[in-house]
Design a protein around this ligand. Sequence first.
Ligand code: NDP
Length: 475
Amino acid sequence: MRNYLKHYINGEWVESTGNETEEVINPATEEVIGTISLGTKEDLDKAVQAARDAFPSFSKTPKEERIKLLENIAAEYENRKEEIIETITAELGSPKSISENVHYMMGYNHFSQAAESLRDFSFIEDRGGHTVMKDSVGVSGLITPWNFPTNQISTKIASAFAAGSPVVAKPAELTPFAAIILTEIFDKVGVPKGAFNLVNGSGSVIGDGISSHPDIDFVSFTGSGAVGQKIMQNASERIANVALELGGKSPLVVLEDADVENAARAAVSHIATNSGQVCSAATRVLVPSSMKDSFEEAIKKVLPEFPVGDPQGDNHIGPLVSQKQWNTVQSYIEKGQEEGATLLVGGTGKPEGLDKGYYAKPTVFTNVNNDMVIAQEEIFGPVTCLITYDTIEEAIEISNDVKYGLAGYVFGEDEQTLAKVASSIRAGRVKINDAEADFAAPFGGYKQSGIGREWGDYGIEEYLEVKTVLGYPKM
Ligand code: NDP
């Protein structure tokens, strides 16, 4: 049992001022695996005060010291590898291979990338007539979701530390344990007192408290659009800056000259990895009408490469995070059928033999019209839609005909067409074929997918204010 009933404030594990606790459930077994304390506004105030007190010195630490700090965090993170993998599998239900190759690695990459980006980062720039300086933004409040327990919190903390911003973090109640390991890592490597504070608790108390706190200068949030909107409203009361990484309904455009089987494999892998609970997942697959039949056959052929089952085994797809998320996904599958889309594979209910655990069937709808609810709303589960198109212009139009703009994917051979489609998709990140991941590349959304960019030097910029000095002495 993991019982973590303390918050981390001003460099110490401290008792909560309240008595409320929350049980954490393993979504594969539906059993309780631990308990956390639900923090109070008083706990939050103490954490914000600690961060405020840390600000004058932390924001002025030499760059070299902050690089070393990030490197030490990355090294200690490596030391905790097995525990991080095991914890993410237990709290999120992600198969061990995904916990290792995706979740563990993303956390590691953000800390080491931040150290790397900081090395080349300039906080002062002589621009001929004037000087531009970059100052830490102040105290940052970080609110993160359950779907990537190390990725989102690590990119935010790594960038904040690189910029010299003390933070108060609140992870999601559903998956709080990975953040507790991170906190132990910070404690071990000697993150300065007050520069990192962790308050566990509900979104309605601690999350809302962060976004409305008068002493928090900047709020970085990842999660749903509805909560993102509330955070902006709260922050607007004191004109505080926000960064929002919200949802997506990203297109995967298959071109006429694409390898059908590879593209079908990519389409399935988007809804298989993390059980489709990925903001940047492609969940609308745009296929030339002439390729419809062969693409559908290819989907059926590659599907068995992504078995669903016990995350402790060799499966690729684990359960969804919670009963609530399972119910949401089921209602979207029902909705798709009501709307007249055709089930190519999958459907409602649990996969055969998996009665316990929040498992859903990988589901591919075909004959989908882009106006349907299943093509417009983020489902956050293993569900995708096949939509046909006749011309490249039509494919681009359908790609952009959605309120989101987080990511896009293009598969094909002809470089001119790939470039045309990639540059026309209105989204913050577009991937062509199997291009490799790059943690220095900015990540964030257009339209209702959010505001701001994370990762690498763009991520560091979010935690900085820009100051112009006219007549600064040349030294
Ligand atoms: P939420 O947006 O509710 O949760 C994300 C984080 O915000 C959690 O830490 C949550 O706390 C916190 N939170 C909740 N309410 C508030 C509030 N009023 N003020 C400040 N913080 C708050 O997402 P859900 O977990 O409810 O998921 C719902 C849907 O959102 C998903 O189905 C998916 O479509 C989308 N989503 C998108 C994500 C992305 O990566 N873009 C990530 C997660 C979800 P707590 O949960 O502890 O109460």
